[in-house]
Every structure is written in structure tokens, then in C-alpha cells.
Design a protein around this ligand. Sequence first.
Ligand SMILES: [Zn+2]
Length: 454
Amino acid sequence: MKLNEHIFRANDIRGIAYEDLNEQVVSLLGRSLGSEALSRDIKDLIIGRDARVSSPEIMEWLSSGILSTGCNVIDIGIVTSPMFYHSTFELAASSGVVITGSHNPAEYNGFKIVFKNQSTSSDEILLLRERIINKDFQLGQGKLDKVDIKESYINRIVKSVQLNKALDISIDCGNGAAGVVAKEVYEKLGCNVIELYGNPDGLFPNHHPDPSKKENMLDLIDSVAKNNSTVGLAFDGDADRLGVISPSGEMIYPDRQMILFSRQVLESNPGASVVFDVKCSQLLSDEISRLKGNPLICKTGHTFIKQKIRETSAHLGGEMSGHIFFNDRWPGFDDGIYAGARMLEIIANSDDKNVFESVPNLVSTPEINIKATDDRKFQIVDQFIKHSNFENANMIDIDGIRVEFKKGWGLLRASNTSPFLVLRFEAETEEELAKIKEIFYLNLKEIEPETDRF
Ligand SMILES: [Zn+2]
């Protein structure tokens, strides 16, 4: 049997449906998951899935594998990843898996796994792989149940968030799983909602469901302008990430969203810790310190952030990719729709016409991706760290390298989820930004002579 080892990643399992994730591989994964669950005294696994074309078949294969171990399956149908996380807090079963390719291209799919309310670590994911290689499976006959968790999910949000006034908003579900619930949530909160692409369609016929890229936000920017919306909200394919458009049509990147969220969370929880990843603006860290909070920088990756939040009891966490984790009046999992509701709360409870004008901005680049193979990407970053010479700079090497100069910083890391190198730059002026980019470019070109200018 061909088992592509690259499907086992730092945060989850992901690959091309029907190739990496064929019937044999997925049912073995089900046997591995069921056996691992039983060995931890877990007798029921919840399974949810996104709206991808391959998801129903993958669900069949996975659940038949799990059932063959004697572990039970609770099918919650088409859900967002956060609805699945919610189900692990809502139902008696606190473990399970959501089948989703997140924001990856339509031919991909994958698995996010939770044991006892906690996302699996990279070591736990490797344990599942070991079980498959060693054929370390239990045998039995589990039973299959179906449960609908939509109503309890909507109630969880409506209980947590209160808007002081009704807002006119535009949302873009990008034909992803958000379409099953987002509009209803915001209407229950009292908003007038203009919805784009609300019907789940795994072929993503309108644009890709990845709100971190501007080209996917153009229709929403248009809708905000045309309808005079107070804000535009967008979600990735499984709705665990949020994108925000200001009333003037500006893309508000997640580190700037986090400045608003930090203000709100620190107001009710003085001195609280806030976790954010190495891609975030220096302004976020500065703002958390200014408000007497405790800024904590962390590796990129939703499981790393969750882990750090747990270790430090932080009240808030966020990633430049758009994963936002509230751990104050919400149980700590990332949810684009809920984060959107918290943004609406900030807007509705403020007297400002455009709350985003109060958020400072430096000159920065969005995330820059450079193609590199899964085999090479980590080596390139290691060589870059070893061979580069940065004078008068502070180096943070918890995840690739973030080099902080006096008037700006640059980052190079390997993506955990895709065959890419990731770069980002921020500085006080355009000139400083260009200088830092040039230093990174010249150093990278030494290692990879084919590198194009970025
Ligand atoms: Zn996602």
C-alpha cells in the first residue's frame, strides 16, 4: 500500500482526495483513530464534514474503519470546523474528527482531530501513523448515530454576544461550509444580512474560500460599497478563519483585527495574556503592552496557538492567517463566525463611524509565498538561519526566523500546510521596508539561486 507520509502534518492530516486519501488509506486511518480512541477509554467519536465533493465518500470510509474497531460514531453531517469543536463541548462525547480541506484547493481534503476537547499535537498525529504502519488495530462492532448540533451552536453564540444596535452587514461564505449557518447566526443577533455565495458547493465556482488573499475579497468589497454596509465578513472553506472589510472597503488583516479584540478582552480582563504568531505586526505587541496586557509570541499553526493558550491561560489568541481564539466567554477554539460576531459587538457598541480608523497601521506586505517542495522547504529555512548575517537585529527563531531591526522586521518560515516558503515584512516607511526585503532576498538567493525578486 502507498502511504504518502507528507499527509501527516504538524496540525492535521491533509492530502489529495482519491490519491493520497483513497479508500484504503482513509479506512486504515479510521481503524487507527478508533483503536487510539478506545485505548484512551473513549468509546464515541463525533464525525463532521465540510461541503467538499469528496467529503461524503471520505466520511463513509472513515466511519466504516472506526466502527470496525468497536468504537461508536456520531455523525453530525455538514458543519463548519468550529461547529464540530462546539459539538465536542456540547455532546457527551468530547472527541472526534472533522473532514475538511479548509482553504486548500478543491481537490484536497483532510482531517482535524480532537481528543477530549483538545486538538491533536504533531506527536499524536505521528502516533496515528505508527498504528497504521504497525497494523495495531482493535476489532469490534461499533454503532452509528446521527445528531443535529446547529441549534445549540447558534445558541452558544447568541448567549455570548450582545449588539447594542442593529447593523447592516455583508458576508461572503465563498460556497464553503459557513453557508450552513452564518447568515442565521447574524440575523439572530439582530443584523440585516446581505449574503454572497451562501450555498455550499465544493467546486467553489465563484472564488476560492480563502479570505487572507485580496483577490478572493473583491466581491465582498463591492457588496460593502453598494449596500453601504457597516462591515464585510468573509470565511475560509471550513469557517475557522475570518476576513474583515471596513466600511471604506479596506482589508483589515487579522493582526489589526487583533488590536481591536485585544482592547475589548483586556478591558474586561486586566493584565490578561494574548497569544499571536510570528507573522503579526509589531503594533499588536506594542498595543497589548500599552494596555498592560501580556503579549506572547508563538509559532504559526492553530494547534500551537491553542497549546500556548492552554499553557498560559491566555484570554485571547490570534494568527495572521485569520484563526482567532477567544478564551474569555468562549471555550478557546477558533471560529471565524464567532470572531465575526465579536467584531460586530465592538462596532455596535462603539460611537465611531469606522472603528478601524482607530487602529494604527505600518507599511507592510501581505504574506508572500514562494514555491518549494515539502522536502526542501525546512532545509532552506535552516540554511538561511545558519548562513545569513544580520547586524544590529533581534532574532526570534521559534518558527523559521523573524529578524527585528530598529524600524521594521522580516520573517522567513516554512509553511506547515503547503509546499511554500512564507515571507512577510513590516516597517515604519516604504524605504525601510524595501531595505529589509532586499537583505532577505540577497540572503535567500545565495541558497536558492533561482529565487525571483519579491
Ligand atoms: Zn480553515
